[in-house]
Design a protein around this ligand. Sequence first.
Ligand code: SF4
Length: 85
Amino acid sequence: MEDCKNLANCSFFKKYEQEEWLHDALKGYVNLYCKGKKQDHCIRKKVSKVLGGPEHVPVNMKPNGQPIIGTTDADWSDEVKKIIS
Ligand code: SF4
């Protein structure tokens, strides 16, 4: 399977790639979603598609639709929450 075309610019990885303590988790998401069998099930991709672009996807949303550890979904729009519910 080809890598997700958003991988080089995915705001989620851009924001958290410098966090050393998250490296293993991020690597796991890349292997499972961005380069792997769950790529078509990425919730970030789904939200981007429905709302018309990656700029509408909360940065702290993991590919599985959950906020990354240490953050919450409190700032996510109702539209986003509806899509992922
Ligand atoms: S998190 Fe989702 S949208 Fe971002 S690069 Fe990975 S598969 Fe693509």
